[in-house]
Design a protein around this ligand. Structure first.
Ligand code: TRP
Ligand code: ZN
Length: 883
C-alpha cells in the first residue's frame, strides 16, 4: 500500500518558542474590491520596529491561498529579490524601523469552502478570521499580539450587495460608478487581526437601542436574510439583557456607538465576537416558538451573551498567543454561565454544565488528545477550540471565583482590566491579577493550567462514636496523560456537608476550631496527595454530601453505599450533589445489570424514590426532569471497561421501560397536569421547565411500550403548535419501530422541508434513532436532495448526530459505523478541514472498547492517514488518536 507522508504540512508549534513580534503594525487600511471571480484586497500597513522585539530586519508575514499582485514598501515597488515566499510565510527583507507597506492580493471567496477568511454564503460575502483566517485575505503578521487600528473600505455592486459592514463606525458611503457603491468603516480600538470582520450582502436590518449606565445610547442592529425579520426578537432581547447584566455584575459597559449581529447560513461554529460586528451561525439568531425549541432558545441566549461578553474578555484584553486561548474562552464561558444562572435556575444550569463536562470533556481528558487548558504545543490551532479549553477552562475560573469569593473576584477582574486594557496577555497575567487583588496564594492552583487529565478523588468517611469525631480521608489520583506521566498534587476545592439521618446539615467544626462558628457547609482545600479532615462534636454517624455545586472538575469516588446515595438523592439540599447521587446510584444499577445480563435493572427502593419525585409539588419541574434523566449511554460507557455499547443500550432501554410501566398512572396524571400548565408560546423559565418535565414524562410513557402511550405521542406530534412540543413527541417515538413514528416523521419532513434550521432537526432525528437499519438510512440520506456537504449545520445534523448521538449504531459490532465515519471524514477534508476534524474524536476513543472494535477503529484511523493531501487538522488528530 502506498504510504503518504502528511508530515510536511503538519508542523508543531511550541509555547516555549514564543518570541515577541519584530515589528508592530499601528494602522491597517483595507480596501476590498468585491467582484465576481476575483476580489482584490489592498492593505496599507503602517508599522514600526517593536522596541522589545529584537533587531532582525526581516518582516514576517503570514499568507495562505493568496495571489500576490504587488508589494510596495515606502512607495517603492518590491522586486522578487526583496522578499521570499516559503509555504504560508512571506519574508520581507531590509525593512526600515518605520515603514508603510502596501500589499495587494487577489482572492476567490466564491471557491472558499473552508469558510475561513473571506467566503460566500447564500449570495453574501462574509469573513471568519479566528484563529488564522486573516492570512487568507492579505499578507499580515497574523498573530494576536499584533494589534492595530483598522479602517476598511468595501466596494461592491450596489444592487446585489446593498449592505456593506465592517468593525467600528461607519464614516463614509458613496457611489463608486458602474452601479457600484462603497462604505468606509473605522474601528478606533486597536485589535488583533482575528477580530477583523466584513460583510456584504442584501440583508434586512432590525434596529433597537440600549442606554448604558453612563447614559450613552448604543444602536443595536441585527442583519438577517429578508423574510426572517420576525425571528430576531429573542436575540435582540438576549443582547439587551446581556449588556445590562455585564454592567450590573462586572461594571463593564459597551464601548462603541454601534453593535451589530449578522446571521449567516454557512458557519463552522456557533458565533464569532468580531469587534462591534458579531457574526453568528443563523441557528443561534433566528427563533420563534413555532420553529425553535426551548433548548434552542436557551442556547441562543447563552451564545449571544457569550459573544457580547467577549467585548471585554477577549477583545479589550486579548490573548498574547493561541496557547492562551482559554484566557478569553474559559473566562467568557464562566461569564455566560453566570448570566444564564442569573436569568434562569442556578441549580439546573450547574447540573447541565456538569453533565456536559462529563459527557464530552472527561472523555477528551482521558483520551489520546488530552491537553491542559493552556496547551504547550499544537499543530493546528483550530483543533484546540475544545471542551477542555472552553468548559474545563470555565471550571478553573469558577474554582478561582469560589476560592476568592464574589467580592475579591470582582476586585481581581477590575485589576485585570486596569492593568491590561488594550493588551495581549497570558493566562498567567489573569491569575496574577486575581492573586494580587485578593492576597490569596494561587501558586499550587496554577497546576490546573499546565496539568492535563481529570483528577480523581477517593473519599472515605469514618465515625468514632466515643470520640464524637468524623474523619474524612481524601486521596487524589492524577492519571497519566499524553506527555505527562507524573503529576504534582493539585489544589482541589472540595465543597461538602455532613447530613444527619433526617437530611439536615450538621455543624462542621474542624479540629481546633470554635464550635459556635461552625458552618453548615464548607469548602475543604485538598492540597496533599493524601489528607485527613477531622470534624468534632459529631454525635451520630453522618452521611457526607460531597463535591457540592460541582466544586471542582474531578471524578469523585465517594465510597458511599447504594442506600446512602439514594438517601442523598432524596434529601440533599444541594442541587448538584442531589442530582449526582442519583446519577451515581443509577450508574451502579445499570452497569451491574449490563454486566450480568439481568432483565430487571432498577431496585424497588429506587422506584419508591422516583414515585416520590413524581408527586412532589415543591420540586422545580426543570430540576425534577434532571433528577429523573438516566445517565446517557456515552457517560455509562466511561465507567465500563471495556465498554459494551450493546449491553449499555439494552439496560438503559430496559430501565426506561420499567419506569414507564411501573409509574404509568403517575406519569399519565403528571402529563395531563403539565399539559395545561402554560401556553405553548410562554417562554418564561417556569414554562420551559414545565415543558422539559412533560417531555421526559412522555418519553417514559412511550418507553413503557403501551399502544395508548404511542397514540398520545402521535397526537402531541400532530397537534403541536410549538417546536418544543413537536420535538418532544418525535423524540419519544424515535426509538420505537411503529407506524406512529413513521407517520410523524414524514409529516414533519413535509411541513418543514423548506425551513433549513428545522429540517436539520429532522435529519438529526433520523440519524439518532437507535433502531436497527439506521446506518443504511443515514447513508441513503446523504443522497437526499437537501443534504449538502458544504453546509456545516447539515453535516453536523446528519453525520455528527449519528456518530456522537447514536452510540449503539455507531459502535455496531461489524464496524460499519466506523468505516462510514472514515469515508465521510475523507470526503469532507477536501472541502472543509475544520468540519472534517471535528468528526474525528469518536474514532480516537478506541482504547475504551473490546479488541475487535479497537482493531476496526484503528484501521479506520490508519486508512484516513493514508489519504494523500490530508489537511493538518485531520492529520494531527488522527496521528494523536493512533497514540
Ligand atoms: N471565538 C468564538 C467563540 O468562542 C469561536 C470561534 C473560534 C469560531 N473559531 C471560530 C467561530 C471559527 C466560528 C468559526 O465564540
Ligand atoms: Zn468564545
Amino acid at each position: 500500500m502506498e504510504r503518504v507522508d502528511n508530515a510536511p504540512r503538519a508542523k508543531v508549534k511550541n509555547l516555549a518558542d514564543y518570541t515577541p513580534p519584530t515589528f508592530l503594525i499601528d494602522t491597517v487600511d483595507l480596501d476590498f474590491d468585491l467582484r465576481d471571480g476575483e476580489t482584490i484586497v489592498t492593505a496599507v500597513l503602517k508599522g514600526r520596529r517593536n522596541p522589545g522585539g529584537g533587531s532582525a530586519g526581516t518582516l514576517e508575514l503570514d499568507g495562505q491561498d493568496l495571489r500576490l499582485v504587488s508589494l510596495t514598501l515606502n512607495g517603492v515597488s518590491v522586486g522578487a529579490d526583496g522578499y521570499e515566499i516559503a509555504g504560508d510565510r512571506l519574508s520581507l527583507k531590509a525593512v526600515p524601523d518605520a515603514f508603510t507597506l502596501e500589499v495587494v492580493t487577489a482572492i476567490v471567496p466564491e471557491k472558499n469552502t473552508a469558510l475561513e477568511g473571506l467566503y460566500m454564503s447564500e449570495g453574501m460575502y462574509c469573513t471568519q478570521c479566528e484563529a488564522e483566517g486573516f492570512r487568507r485575505i492579505t499578507y499580515f503578521p497574523d498573530r494576536p499580539d499584533v494589534m492595530a487600528v483598522y479602517t476598511t473600505r468595501l466596494e461592491a455592486d450596489a444592487a446585489r450587495f446593498p449592505v456593506l459592514l465592517s468593525n467600528g463606525n461607519l464614516t463614509e458611503t458613496g457611489d463608486a460608478g458602474e452601479g457600484r457603491h462603497f462604505a468606509v468603516w473605522h474601528d478606533p480600538f486597536p485589535k488583533p487581526s482575528y477580530l477583523f470582520a466584513a460583510v456584504a450582502g442584501d440583508l434586512a436590518c432590525i434596529s433597537d437601542s440600549f442606554r448604558t449606565t453612563s447614559g450613552r445610547d448604543v444602536a443595536l442592529r441585527i442583519y438577517v436574510e429578508h423574510g426572517n425579520e420576525h425571528l430576531c426578537a429573542h436575540t435582540m432581547d438576549s443582547l439587551k439583557r446581556s449588556m445590562r447584566w455585564d454592567e450590573d455584575v462586572f461594571g463593564l459597559e459597551y464601548d462603541l456607538d454601534l453593535f451589530m449581529i449578522v446571521a449567516v447560513g454557512h458557519f463552522n461554529m456557533g458565533a464569532m465576537e468580531n469587534k462591534g460586528l458579531n457574526i453568528f451561525n443563523s441557528k443561534f439568531v433566528l427563533a420563534d416558538p413555532e420553529t425553535a425549541t426551548d433548548g434552542d432558545y436557551e442556547r441562543l441566549e447563552g451564545i449571544v451573551a457569550h459573544e457580547y461578553f467577549h467585548n471585554w474578555t477577549g477583545n479589550r484584553v486579548t490573548c498574547r498567543d493561541w496557547f492562551q486561548l482559554s484566557l478569553k474562552e474559559g473566562l467568557t464561558v464562566f461569564r455566560d454561565q453566570e448570566f444564564t444562572s442569573d436569568m434562569h435556575s442556578r441549580g439546573v444550569k450547574r447540573v447541565a454544565d456538569a453533565r456536559l463536562l462529563r459527557a464530552a470533556q472527561f472523555p477528551e481528558d482521558s483520551g489520546p488528545t488530552a491537553h491542559p487548558i493552556r496547551p504547550e504545543s499544537y499543530v493546528e490551532i483550530n483543533n484546540f477550540y475544545t471542551v477542555t479549553i472552553y468548559e474545563k477552562g470555565a471550571e478553573v475560573i469558577r474554582m478561582i471565583y469560589n476560592l476568592l469569593g464574589a467580592e475579591s473576584f470582582r476586585q481581581g477582574m477590575d485589576l485585570y482590566f486596569e492593568r491590561h486594557d488594550g493588551q495581549a496577555v497570558r493566562c498567567e497575567d489573569f491569575v496574577a491579577a486575581m492573586e494580587d487583588a485578593s492576597g490569596v496564594d494561587l501558586g499550587q492552583f496554577r497546576l490546573w493550567y499546565s496539568q492535563s487529565g481529570t483528577p480523581e478523588l477517593e473519599v472515605s468517611l469514618s465515625h468514632d462514636a466515643s470520640a464524637k469525631t468524623a474523619t474524612l480521608k481524601v486521596r487524589q489520583i492524577l492519571p497519566p496523560t499524553p506527555g505527562q506521566r507524573d503529576k504534582k498534587p493539585m489544589l482541589i476545592p472540595l465543597s461538602m456537608a455532613l447530613l444527619d439521618p433526617a437530611g439536615r446539615e450538621m455543624p462542621l467544626q474542624l479540629r481546633g476550631e470554635n464550635a459556635e462558628t461552625a458552618p453548615a457547609s464548607r469548602v475543604l482545600s485538598v492540597i496533599e496527595q493524601e489528607q485527613e479532615f477531622v470534624f468534632e462534636n459529631v454525635e451520630t454517624p453522618p452521611i457526607p454530601s460531597l463535591l457540592r455545586g460541582f466544586s471542582a472538575p474531578v471524578k469523585l469516588h465517594s465510597g458511599l453505599s447504594g442506600d446512602e446515595e439514594r438517601f442523598l438523592f432524596q434529601h440533599d439540599s444541594d442541587p448538584f450533589a442531589r442530582w449526582d447521587a442519583g446519577q451515581s446510584y443509577l450508574t451502579r444499577m445499570l452497569l451491574s445489570a449490563a454486566m450480568d445480563g439481568r432483565e430487571t435493572v432498577l431496585e424497588a427502593t429506587f422506584h419508591d424514590a422516583v414515585a416520590e419525585i413524581l408527586r412532589d409539588p415543591s420540586l422545580e419541574p426543570a430540576f425534577a426532569a434532571e433528577l429523573l434523566t438516566l445517565p446517557g449511554e456515552s457517560v455509562l460507557a466511561e465507567s465500563m471497561r471495556p465498554a459494551d455499547p450493546d449491553a449499555i443500550h439494552r439496560v438503559r432501554r430496559a430501565a426506561r421501560k420499567e419506569i414507564g410501566l411501573k409509574h404509568a398512572d403517575a406519569l399519565q396524571a403528571l402529563y395531563e397536569r403539565l399539559a395545561k400548565a402554560y401556553a405553548a408560546d410562554d417562554m418564561s423559565t417556569a414554562a420551559m421547565g414545565s415543558r422539559a418535565l412533560k417531555a421526559l414524562v412522555l418519553g417514559y410513557l412511550v418507553a413503557g411500550g403501551e399502544a395508548d402511550a404511542r397514540a398520545l405521542a402521535a397526537r402531541q406530534a400532530s397537534e403541536a403548535v410549538s417546536m418544543t412540543e413537536s420535538m418532544a413527541a418525535l423524540q419519544a417515538l424515535n426509538g420505537t419501530d411503529c407506524p406512529e413514528r413513521t407517520a410523524a416523521l414524514a409529516a414533519f419532513h413535509d411541513r418543514w422541508e423548506n425551513a433549513p434550521l428545522v429540517l436539520d432537526k429532522w435529519f438529526s432525528l433520523r440519524a439518532m434513532s437507535s433502531l436497527p437499519g439506521t446506518l443504511s438510512e443515514v447513508e441513503a440520506l446523504l443522497q437526499h436532495p437537501k443534504f449538502d456537504f458544504g453546509t456545516p449545520n447539515r453535516v453536523r445534523a446528519l453525520i455528527g448526530a449519528f456518530v456522537s448521538g447514536n452510540p449503539v449504531q455507531f459502535h455496531a459490532a461489524d464496524g460499519s459505523g466506523y468505516s462510514f465515519l472514515a469515508d465521510q471524514i475523507i470526503k469532507l477534508d477536501g472541502l472543509n478541514p475544520q468540519i472534517a476534524a471535528r468528526l474525528v474524536a469518536p474514532l480516537t476513543r478506541w482504547k475504551k472498547y473490546d479488541e475487535a472494535r479497537q482493531r476496526m477503529m484503528r484501521e479506520c484511523l490508519e486508512r484516513i492517514l493514508r489519504q494523500p493531501g490530508l489537511s493538518p487538522d485531520v492529520t494531527e488528530l488522527v496521528t494523536k488518536g493512533l497514540g
